[in-house]
Write a protein that binds this ligand. Structure first.
Ligand SMILES: Nc1ncnc2c1ncn2[C@@H]1O[C@H](COP(=O)(O)OP(=O)(O)OP(=O)(O)O)[C@@H](O)[C@H]1O
Ligand SMILES: C[C@H](N)[C@H](N)CCCCCC(=O)O
Ligand SMILES: [Mg+2]
Length: 226
């Protein structure tokens, strides 16, 4: 059974998949058996034959050179809305026993499994007459620690600290942050200081736009997986 790490973000489109591609690439480059798993993807592209494409998994597999079977998604929804709503629209609610089973299969195939969330940490996955499940409930069920991807720019102090505080309230261990779309300069350097001071967690790496490599040593990265 391998180790795993959950990647969340301060919100949707913040760069979780992009950064995860660099994370998995770094692990693969160090000769480690790495994989990717996502429970629910919404806003999927539709292939010519009508199949819904697992876009995030395809990106990570391509970026890191993974075999398709090492980058999997349990539920793929067409509409670009929260997974709970996409599931309601398609009348295809998530079954969390299946998610847990798929997660364990993915974890057994690899030594370092990177698990990407949907949206931010408070993303509803199922909301119907039978079950109310938020992403943080699933993270707790799977027993994962979290790494938070945040934008490097203005507004990140609030978003990053709120995410860290929510993880703490829910009892989800926070291993650190990665700042995305880093340009440097006085304000962004101060964002690092303020987020570290207010959360007690480290900003482990800062990723520039179009970066091809994650600026962190592979052994430091691998040590975050539990
Ligand atoms: N550092 C970066 N350099 C270049 N493009 C980036 C970078 N970070 C993010 N992007 C681009 O921004 C868009 C949103 O990023 P991404 O898909 O990684 O977000 P996400 O947090 O995974 O979203 P979701 O909640 O849908 O999973 C994508 O087109 C992605 O390629
Ligand atoms: C469609 C989008 N790209 C993501 N897959 C889902 C984002 C859900 C966000 C929910 C919310 O916080 O309002
Ligand atoms: Mg994504």
């Amino acid at each position: 059974m391998g180790k795993a790490l959950f990647i969340t973000g301060t919100g949707t489109d913040i760069g979780k998949t992009y950064v995860t591609g660099l994370i998995v690439k770094k692990l693969v480059g160090a000769g480690l058996r790495a994989g990717y798993y996502k429970a629910a993807l919404s806003g999927a592209e539709v292939a010519a034959d009508g199949t819904l494409l697992p876009g995030d998994a395809l990106h990570v597999a391509h970026a890191a050179g993974l075999a398709p079977e090492d980058a999997t998604v349990s539920y793929i929804y067409r509409d670009a809305v929260s997974p709970h709503l996409a599931a309601q629209i398609e009348k295809r609610p998530m079954d969390f026993d299946k998610v847990e089973q798929d997660y364990h299969v993915a974890k057994e195939r690899t030594d370092y499994l990177t698990v990407e969330g949907s949206g931010g940490i408070i993303c509803p996955l199922r909301w119907d007459n039978e079950e109310h499940v938020i992403l943080d409930d699933l993270v707790l069920r799977l027993g994962l620690s979290a790494l938070v991807v945040a934008d490097a720019g203005l507004g990140t102090i609030n978003a990053a600290v709120l995410t860290a505080e929510h993880l703490k309230i829910r009892g989800i261990p926070l291993v650190g942050f990665i700042f995305n779309n880093w340009t440097g300069g006085r304000m962004q350097e101060d964002n690092v200081t303020m987020v570290e001071t207010l959360t007690g967690a480290r900003v482990l790496a800062c990723v520039e736009h179009d970066a091809a490599e994650l600026p962190i040593a592979a052994d430091v990265l691998a040590a975050l997986y539990q």
